[in-house]
Write a protein that binds this ligand. Structure first.
Ligand SMILES: [Zn+2]
Length: 406
C-alpha cells in the first residue's frame, strides 16, 4: 500500500512551516544553540510526539524521537537529517529528511505495524556550521568522534561551544551512541544538484559521498607601474592566476565525476594602475574515487608550478583539507535499491558531491542515503523547492526499506 499523497503534502507543508522559525526577520537562518533552534526542536518534537515517539534533546542539542521495537534485542535503526540551516536558506535542506522519517513512523502507526527494531529519528543540531565554522558537530557527537578541543571554539560574540552545550546537560560526550546495537543510519535529503531532474527521476540512490581536497595556490611575481613597465619584462601574478583558473576548469571538464572549483581569488595590491605582484586562488576538488581526486590535485599542483616557471613567478601550495570519500553500506543500499524496485520506479544511482551527516555517522555504523529531486537543482537558497509527488515516492521507498529490514 503506497503512502497516500496527503502524507507527502503534509511533509512539504511542515517543511514550509518550520522554515518560518528563524533567527532573522524575513529569511530562514537557524544556527546551533540559538533560540530558533530551540523553537524548531519544540515544533518538530511535537510532530514526533504526535507520531507516537518518545522525544528528547540529547547532550549535544540534537532532537531525538524514538519508537521502541517489539524485540528489545533487535537494536536500533537511525533515520533523520539536520535541522540547522545556512543563512537565507531554503526550507528543505535537512528538514525534509527529518519530517519524512517522522511521517514514515506515523504511517507504520496508522497501519498498526510495529517493527522488531527500535527506530530513532534524529534532527541534528549543527550540520552547516554557521555559528562556529564546524562541520557535522551534531552527528559527530552522536558518532562519538567529537574532538573535545572544539568546545573552546567561540562564535563572533565570544560564546564558546562548551558554553552552548552546557545548557543541554551532561556535555556532548554523553550524546555518543557508540557501543549500542545499531542497524545503520539512513538519510533522506534533497539532491542539491540537477542530476535527478536531468534524468526525470523522483529519487536516486547515493553510491558514495565524494571526497574533497581544499588547497590554496599563491603566486608571487613583481608589482610595478601599469604605465611604465613594458609587457615583456613583467612578472604579473594575476596573469598566472588566470591561467591556473582555466586549467582547473579544464581538469574538471576532462574527467568524468570530477568537479574542480576556484571559489576565491585575489590579486594584490589590487589597484587599477599597479601590476599585481601577488595573487592567490583557492581550490576545491571532489570525486567519489579518492585515487582519481588525488591524481587530479597532483596534476593541478604540477600545472601551477609550470605556469609559474614559464612566467618567472614563484608558486607556493598549501593543502588545507583532504577528506576521503565515504562509501555507502552495501547491505543497506541493497535494501534501499530493492525498495525502489518494489515502488515500480527506475533505479538511478548517483554520487553526492556535498557532505552530509551520513559522513560523520559512517564512523559509527553503516550508512545509506536516498536523494529527492529538487527544482532546478537549487539549494542553499530561498527558492529551494521539492514536488510533493516526489516526496510521496520517497516516503514509499523509505517505508518499503523499513519493512524490508524488518
Ligand atoms: Zn543538508
Amino acid at each position: 500500500m503506497p503512502a497516500d499523497p496527503g502524507r507527502a503534502e503534509q511533509v512539504v507543508r511542515r517543511c514550509r512551516e518550520l522554515a518560518l522559525v528563524s533567527e532573522e526577520e524575513g529569511r530562514l537562518t537557524r544556527w546551533f544553540g540559538g533560540p530558533a533552534m530551540a523553537r524548531a526542536n519544540e515544533l518538530v518534537g511535537r510532530w514526533m510526539a504526535e507520531a507516537g515517539m518518545g522525544v528528547r534533546v540529547d547532550a549535544a542539542g540534537n532532537l531525538v524521537g524514538r519508537v521502541p521495537g517489539s524485540d528489545p534485542r533487535a537494536g536500533t535503526l537511525l533515520l533523520g537529517s539536520h535541522l540547522d540551516t545556512v543563512r537565507d536558506a531554503g526550507a528543505f535542506d535537512g528538514p525534509l529528511g527529518v519530517l519524512a522519517a517522522i511521517e514514515c513512523v506515523a504511517l507504520l502507526r496508522a497501519r498498526e505495524l510495529s517493527l522488531p527494531f527500535a527506530v530513532d529519528v534524529l534532527g541534528f543540531a549543527d550540520e552547516e556550521g554557521l555559528r562556529f565554522g564546524t562541520t557535522y558537530l551534531g552527528s559527530r557527537a552522536v558518532a562519538g568522534t567529537l574532538d573535545p578541543a572544539i568546545l573552546d571554539l567561540a562564535d563572533e560574540h565570544g560564546v564558546t561551544i562548551g558554553e552552548v552545550v552546557a545548557a543541554f546537560g551532561a556535555g556532548p560526550g554523553a550524546a555518543s551512541r557508540r557501543g549500542e546495537r545499531l542497524l545503520g543510519y539512513c538519510e533522506l535529503h534533497i539532491e542539491q544538484g540537477p542530476v535527478l531532474e536531468g534524468q526525470g527521476a523522483s529519487v536516486g540512490i547515493v553510491t558514495a559521498i565524494a571526497g574533497a581536497t581544499r588547497a590554496e595556490a599563491r603566486f608571487a611575481g613583481h608589482a610595478g607601474h601599469a604605465g611604465t613597465v613594458p609587457m615583456a619584462s613583467r612578472r604579473d601574478a594575476a596573469c598566472a592566476l588566470a591561467e591556473f583558473v582555466l586549467a582547473v576548469e579544464a581538469a574538471g571538464r576532462a574527467e568524468p565525476g570530477l568537479v574542480a572549483t576556484v571559489g576565491r581569488l585575489a590579486a594584490l595590491p589590487g589597484a587599477p594602475n599597479v601590476i599585481p605582484g601577488s595573487a592567490l586562488a583557492s581550490l576545491d576538488v571532489r570525486h567519489a574515487d579518492d585515487a582519481a581526486r588525488d591524481a587530479a590535485v597532483d596534476a593541478l599542483r604540477d600545472r601551477a608550478a609550470a605556469i609559474g616557471a614559464a612566467r618567472g613567478i614563484e608558486v607556493t601550495w598549501e593543502t588545507r583539507l583532504a577528506a576521503p570519500a565515504v562509501a555507502m553500506d552495501p547491505a543497506l543500499t541493497r535494501e534501499l535499491a530493492a525498495a525502489v524496485a518494489d515502488s515500480g520506479i527506475a533505479e538511478v544511482r548517483l554520487a553526492s558531491g556535498a557532505g552530509h551527516d551520513a559522513v560523520a555517522l559512517s564512523e559509527l555504523t553503516g550508512v545509506a542515503m536516498l536523494f529527492v529531486r529538487c527544482a532546478g537543482g537549487i539549494s542553499h537558497h530561498p527558492a529551494e523547492s521539492v514536488d510533493a509527488a516526489d516526496v510521496a515516492v520517497a516516503l514509499d521507498v523509505l517505508d518499503g526499506f523499513l519493512r524490508r529490514l524488518a
